[in-house]
Design a binder for this molecule. Structure first.
Ligand code: NAG
Ligand code: NAG
Ligand code: NAG
Length: 428
C-alpha cells in the first residue's frame, strides 16, 4: 500500500452481525450470566487502556437507562436490576470525546449493504456483495467514482464466489478475494478464491485457501498475498493460521499456499494494512454468530464474542510485535480504513457489548494511528455510529458508505442497514 501512495487503499473486509435482528426476530433469550462470565476474559493490556479512558471520560459515559423497559426487558439478567454495573458502567463501550467534523451527504449506493467489502483503486471505490438483509446477499459490485461523485458501473461477481466475510486486498490494479461466507444468514465459508482485473473486468480462479475462513485479515506484502486469522469452519472459533502465496498480475505464481508464522491472536473483522514494509493488523474480535444447530437455513444464533483493540505488527524478519492498542476495543472495521499521511484512519466499528444488557454497541469515532510515533488519536465523530462501513479517501476528503447504523444519538445499538455515502474534509 505504501507504494500506491496515500490515495489508494486496500480494504479488507468484513463482517456482519445482525445481532439485533437475531435477538428480536428469533426471540433468542440470552444466556446471560454464563456468557458474560466467560466474556470478561480480556487481556490485561487492554483493560488498563479501558480504565484510563474510563477515567478520562467520566461524566461523559453513555448511561443506558436501566428502567427503560424497551432497552432492557429481554436482556437484563434476572435479579440484576440493582447490579452495580447499572450504576458504574465501565466505559469501554462509551463514546469518546471527539471533535465535531462537518459531514456532507453524497449520493447513496444503489443498494444497502451490511458486511459489504470495498477496495479503493485511485478514484474508484469498488463495493463488493454483502448482505441486503440477513436473508439476502448481493452478488454484484457497485463502483463509486470520486471524481464526479456518482455511482456508475455495476457488474456481477462469479457465481461460486463468497458474498461476505471475504479476505480482500489489491495491488493497485488486481483485486484478490479469498475464502469467505457463501450465502445469507450464517452459512458455510468456502475456500474458493479469485482475482479481478479491474481494467478488463476479467475474473480468474486462485488456488483455494488451505481451510475456509470467515473474514480473515488479508494483504499483499512483498509480492505475496498474506491471509491470517479469521474465524474457522464453525464461524466462531478464532483461527491463528497464517498462509501466503506469491502473486503477480492477478495470478498465483506458486501452486500452493505457504504456511507462515501464526498471528498472536486470531479472529475476524480486523484492519490489515501494509505500510513502510510492515504489516499491521488492528482490532477485531474472537467469536461470532453461529448457525443454529440443525437449522436448514443456517439461521444465525448469537454466541459470545470478545472485541479487542490489539495492534500487531509483522516485521521483515517475520516477528510479530504488539503495539499500543486502540483507544477502545473495535471490530467490524476490515474495510473501514484508509492510509493518509503516514497514518491509518479508521471509521466506526463495534466495541464491547453492553456489560449488562449484552447488546452490541456501535462506534461513532474516527481514529488515527500515527505510524511515526505509534500513538492513537480520536480525530472526530461520524454523523452516526456505524459498523462495517466502507471507507475511502480522495483529494482531501474522507468518505464512508454502507454498513449498519445506530438507533440514534442516544442509542448505540444497531438498527438500519444503509447505502448512504458521506464525506468530510480531513485536516490532519
Ligand atoms: C428511564 O426510563 C423510564 C421508563 O422508560 C422513564 O420514565 C425515565 O424518565 C427514564 N429516565 C431517564 C433518566 O431518562
Ligand atoms: C469518473 O468520472 C470522471 C469525471 O466525470 C470521468 O472522466 C471518468 O471516466 C469516470 N471514471 C469511470 C471509470 O467511470
Ligand atoms: C498531509 O500532509 C500534507 C503535507 O504536510 C498536507 O499538505 C496535507 O494537508 C495533509 N493531508 C491532510 C488530509 O491533512
Amino acid at each position: 500500500m505504501g507504494k500506491l501512495g496515500h490515495d489508494t487503499k486496500h480494504h479488507l473486509s468484513s463482517k456482519l452481525v445482525f445481532l439485533l435482528f437475531c435477538v428480536g426476530l428469533l426471540g433468542v433469550v440470552f444466556i446471560a450470566d454464563v456468557v458474560w462470565t466467560s466474556s470478561s476474559s480480556i487481556s490485561s493490556a487492554y483493560q488498563s487502556v479501558a480504565f484510563n479512558w474510563a477515567l478520562q471520560t467520566s461524566g461523559k459515559v453513555l448511561f443506558v437507562n436501566a428502567t427503560d423497559k424497551k432497552d432492557n426487558e429481554k436482556e437484563a439478567p434476572r435479579g440484576k436490576k440493582h447490579h452495580p454495573a447499572y450504576k458504574f458502567l465501565p466505559a469501554t463501550y462509551a463514546d469518546l470525546p471527539a471533535p465535531e467534523l462537518e459531514w456532507e451527504q453524497m449520493p447513496s449506493a444503489p443498494v444497502p449493504r451490511l458486511d459489504g467489502y470495498a477496495i479503493q483503486i485511485k478514484n474508484l471505490l469498488y463495493a463488493f456483495a454483502g448482505y441486503g438483509t440477513l436473508d439476502y446477499v448481493h452478488s454484484h459490485i457497485d463502483v463509486y467514482n470520486f471524481t464526479d461523485d456518482t455511482w456508475g458501473e455495476r457488474f456481477d461477481i462469479p457465481k461460486d464466489m463468497a458474498h461476505s466475510h471475504l479476505g480482500i486486498a489489491t495491488d493497485g490494479r488486481y483485486i484478490y478475494i479469498v475464502s469467505g461466507q457463501y450465502g445469507p444468514q450464517c452459512r458455510t465459508a468456502i475456500t474458493k478464491s479469485f482475482s479481478l482485473d479491474t481494467e478488463t473486468k476479467k475474473w480468474r480462479s486462485m488456488p483455494p485457501l488451505p481451510a475456509p475462513r470467515y473474514a480473515p485479515a488479508t494483504q499483499i506484502w512483498r509480492g505475496r498475498l498474506h491471509v491470517m486469522g479469521g474465524s474457522k469452519e464453525n464461524r466462531h472459533t478464532p483461527g491463528v493460521d497464517h498462509w501466503s502465496i506469491a502473486v503477480k498480475d492477478g495470478e498465483a505464481i506458486e501452486k500452493e499456499w505457504r504456511t507462515e508464522v501464526p498471528i498472536p491472536r486470531g479472529g475476524p473483522h480486523r484492519v490489515c494494512a501494509v505500510v513502510n514494509d510492515r504489516l499491521f493488523v488492528i482490532g477485531g474480535q474472537e467469536g461470532d454468530f453461529m448457525p443454529k444447530p440443525g437449522s436448514p437455513s443456517f439461521k444465525c444464533s448469537r454466541r459470545n464474542e470478545v472485541v479487542y483493540g490489539d495492534v500487531y505488527m509483522l516485521d521483515s524478519e517475520m516477528n510479530w510485535k504488539a503495539l499500543p492498542a486502540m483507544p477502545k476495543p473495535n471490530s467490524h472495521i476490515e474495510c473501514a480504513w484508509v492510509l493518509v499521511n503516514n497514518s491509518i484512519i479508521i471509521t466506526g466499528g463495534t466495541t464491547e457489548k453492553h456489560p449488562v444488557t449484552k447488546r452490541m454497541i456501535l462506534v461513532g469515532e474516527v481514529f488515527q494511528f500515527h505510524l511515526d510515533s505509534l500513538t492513537w488519536s480520536v480525530i472526530g465523530k461520524l454523523p452516526f455510529r456505524v459498523k462495517t462501513a466502507l471507507t475511502g479517501f480522495w483529494n482531501g476528503w474522507l468518505y464512508f458508505t454502507s454498513g449498519q447504523r445506530d438507533r440514534g444519538p442516544d442509542n448505540p445499538h444497531p438498527q438500519k442497514v444503509i447505502g448512504e455515502m458521506w464525506r468530510t474534509k480531513l485536516h490532519l
